[in-house]
Write a protein that binds this ligand. Structure first.
Ligand code: F6P
Length: 497
């Protein structure tokens, strides 16, 4: 059996269970957009992507297919079958699939490889097998859940084989895939023993969206080098590839945030008071620096703390006049690399506070916690300098959230050149996080920036962020997917190879 065929016997519920209700719009992502709280109540997950897609889905008869977070069927309770206007279809993972597909191939192989090989990548054949079988399961659900001539939007590196499996059985469907991570240079990706399968999987989509033009160009170069596609011109942020008598598009669609929601939260007296209280609770430092990240080795949290520590050591920064708040959301705890990153960060936090804190007055305030979105906005509003220093990042929405929260037009963003966001936010102080000396200079420049200069830069960045919200992003992607001409319509959704 070919990689892209789905054995029906692999999923007996498809044959024996109740008939599946079909939907005109299908979203598939590794995770469902809902989470259970401590009381076992399910809520929409926080985040711009979920809000934007929920809004898009509200206009359609839509279903979201994703992993419900359970392993071997052990959950706090099954997720609801609907959330608001959308239907939910959970995918269950076994413990072994969680280890081999999610922790293994997705986050042990693809994640480091797609982040420019920041960590040496492991190529394990058992991880690949699990990736294939979980991708097949997602595809089976899509094939069963999509109405004739429906639209399917697949998200991220976890599901790159899905377009080809779905197309094989449902050529009537319009298939889009958006990659949230970077796409690395072809020389690096060619190391992947299964690069051909991944390429074939992706090229079966009608539209593949990347975060930046560089990612899209890297993909086109790989497709060409691997003889999968002719050399293709990337112009006006899109390229059209003709292959196997079919046309598909590749484009750059920088993802964004829900600007209106941030404005709503930021413009309440409660949030303004929370920001002032927060600052006062830190002893009203003259300079407040902030970092907010998922705890990940790609985020460069260690680089910014090293730079900060050196500035204190040299006496360039006075510990009495400065505070650094670092929120590091727990993530992928058992994946190789994450434990060491956490240990390094916590060692640096300990060193800074050990040497420079006074009793009851730490210099670095470190939270290894998941803060609700509503609590992050006052932090953004209180911070003079936002430090975003990833070594490699698909986009980095925290940078955009900071800009959107600065409703008074002040504040300085120090931003890595290696974040996708840097393509749009040129008026940040752009840094190379591998260059600690340069990072120190930029931190000092940020701290001492004149308010007029802050406003000039922030103004431009705020306009940039407001002109491309997550709703604009979703609309641009779906409009482009809709204009793709080569759909093979059918009246009943049956295969027309
Ligand atoms: O950047 C890739 C991504 O999948 C994001 O879309 C998401 O916010 C993040 O990683 C979360 O990762 P995980 O599902 O592994 O916790």
């Amino acid at each position: 059996m070919s990689l892209y065929e789905t054995p029906t016997e692999a999923n007996p519920t498809r044959q024996d269970g109740p008939p599946v209700i079909t939907h005109e719009f299908v979203v598939a992502a590794n995770r469902l957009p809902v989470r259970a709280d401590a009381e076992g109540q399910w809520h929409l997950s926080p985040g711009g992507l979920v809000s934007a897609l929920s809004a898009v889905m509200a206009d359609h008869d839509a279903v979201w297919i994703g992993w419900d977070g359970s392993m071997d069927g052990e959950t706090e309770g099954a997720p609801p079958s609907r959330q608001g206007d959308m239907a939910l279809r959970p995918i269950a993972l076994t413990n072994k699939e969680f280890t081999d597909y999610y922790e293994g191939f997705a986050n042990g192989t693809l994640w480091p490889l797609y982040h420019n090989g920041l960590l040496s990548t492991r190529f394990k054949r058992s991880w690949w097998s699990a990736y294939v079988s979980v991708n097949r399961r997602f595809a089976e659900e899509i094939i069963a859940a999509a109405s004739p001539n429906g639209t399917v939007w697949i998200h991220d590196y976890h599901l790159q084989l899905v377009p080809a499996i779905v197309r094989k059985q449902r050529p009537d469907l319009r298939i889009g895939l958006f990659l949230h991570t970077p796409f690395p240079p072809s020389q690096l990706l060619m190391r992947l023993p299964w690069r051909e399968e991944i390429l074939e999987g992706l090229l079966a989509a009608d539209l593949i969206g990347f975060q930046t033009p560089t990612d899209a160009r890297n993909f086109l170069a790989l497709a060409h080098r691997s003889d999968r596609a002719p050399e293709t011109l990337f112009e006006d942020n899109t390229a059209t590839i003709e292959l196997d008598g079919r046309r598909m598009k590749v484009g750059s669609f920088p993802i964004s945030i829900d600007v209106d929601r941030i404005n709503q939260i930021a413009n309440t007296p409660e949030t303004t008071a929370a920001a002032a209280n927060f600052r006062a609770s830190l002893g009203d430092p003259a300079h407040l620096l902030l970092g907010v990240d998922r705890l990940d080795y790609t985020k460069g949290i260690n680089a910014r703390l090293k730079a900060f520590l050196e500035l204190l050591r040299e006496g360039t920064l006075e510990p009495e006049s400065v505070a650094f708040v670092q929120v590091a959301t727990p993530s992928r705890d058992d994946v190789r690399g994450y434990e060491n990153t956490r240990a390094e960060i916590e060692q640096l936090v300990g060193e800074i506070n050990g040497d420079y804190a006074r009793l009851g007055r730490p210099v670095v305030h470190y939270l290894h916690q998941n803060l609700p979105f509503e609590e992050l906005i006052p932090l953004y509003m209180a911070a003079d300098v936002m430090v975003v220093t990833p070594f490699e990042d698909g986009m980095n929405l925290v940078a955009k959230e900071y800009v959107a929260s600065r409703t008074d037009g002040t504040g300085v963003l120090v931003l890595s050149e290696f974040a996708g966001t840097a393509v749009e936010l040129h008026d940040a102080l752009l840094c190379n996080p591998f260059d600690i000396a340069g990072l120190k200079r930029l931190l000092l420049q940020a701290i001492s920036m004149h308010p007029d200069e802050q406003s000039r830069r922030m103004d431009i960045m705020r306009r940039q962020v407001s002109n491309n919200t997550v709703y604009d992003w979703a609309k641009r992607f779906l409009d482009q997917l809709d204009t793709e001409p080569d759909r093979q319509s059918t009246t009943d959704g049956s295969a027309r190879a």
